[in-house]
Design a protein around this ligand. Structure first.
Ligand code: NDP
Length: 249
């Protein structure tokens, strides 16, 4: 349970990558300012997080199950937090989807929106009443540079992040008068399983339905230049965790 003076931080998608690192960084804060509720949809995946958290596990870090795609799971998770009191919500959970639109079914596209857009909306709707009542709170959303700029064959992922940007910009204005902050973080490429999977997908990707010029542009121009950018500027989950810490301080 949080000590008085400690901020309760709930983070989504902590089984790997950026979410895991944010959870560990905040739980190990030298001034012990945060009581971290690290959530993941499958607690069987907790070992990596527990190991990285070390002594903080059970003290400044606890675990709860949470699937952001399920109304029931979101409700249950927040009900399990003492007094439903969350000072800082970090919406990190996200999924990618790569490929020509012609080869992706509407069902697959909906799954991306279900996580990246409605997952965030669901969480905000659930924590907002308590934050409004207390007239304080901070909601952080992990967007992406792809929430600001479209990228070939990332059409659906990009659209889901754009949608979230629009939703959050609009919400931020309404939350301001309740003293609730809403911050977006827009990382470029980050070395995580997400990015590894993306690269694997690219390697085995076929381009049914896509026109030859777009495929050529993607393979000969976009991919080589993004790999260069990645190698020159790619960030680590630790970089994003430190950035997130600064945002909430
Ligand atoms: P990872 O794939 O390493 O982590 C994604 C996390 O989201 C996992 O813990 C995954 O859990 C979780 N997740 C997926 N679906 C759900 C769900 N329905 N409910 C709860 N959790 C879920 O990727 P990253 O750490 O790289 O990505 C984290 C965020 O950062 C995402 O929002 C992504 O869009 C964003 N981002 C990533 C960039 C990158 O280059 N890596 C760049 C810019 C932004 P599970 O293990 O159960 O699948």
């Amino acid at each position: 349970m949080a000590n008085s003076g400690q901020k309760v931080v709930l983070i989504t998608g902590c089984s790997s990558g950026i979410g895991l690192r944010i959870a560990v960084t905040l739980a190990k804060d030298e001034k012990k300012r945060y009581h971290v509720i690290a959530t993941m949809r499958d607690l069987k995946k907790k070992d990596k997080l527990v190991e990285a958290a070390g002594d903080a596990y059970g003290k400044t870090l606890m675990l709860l199950p949470l699937d952001v795609c399920s109304d029931e799971s979101v409700r249950q998770c927040i009900n399990n937090v003492k007094d439903r009191h969350i000072d800082i919500l970090i919406n990190n959970a996200g999924v990618g989807l790569l490929g020509p639109v012609e080869s992706i079914s509407i069902e697959e596209m909906k799954k991306v929106f279900e996580t990246n857009f409605f997952g965030v909306v669901r969480m905000i709707k659930e924590v907002m009443p308590d934050m409004k009542k207390r007239r304080s709170g901070h909601i952080v959303v992990m967007s992406s540079v792809m929430g600001l700029q479209g990228v070939v064959f990332n059409d659906v992922y990009t659209a889901s992040k754009f949608a979230m940007e629009g939703f959050c910009e609009s919400m931020a204005v309404q939350l301001m008068k309740f003293n609730i902050r809403l911050s977006m973080i827009e990382p470029g490429p980050v070395h995580t399983e997400f990015e590894t999977k993306m690269m694997e997908d690219v390697a085995k990707m076929e381009y049914p339905g896509a026109d030859a010029d777009t495929v050529r542009y993607f393979k000969d121009v976009y991919l080589p230049s993004s790999i260069d950018i990645f190698e020159a500027m790619g960030q680590t989950p630790e970089d994003i965790a430190q950035c997130t810490k600064k945002v909430i301080e």
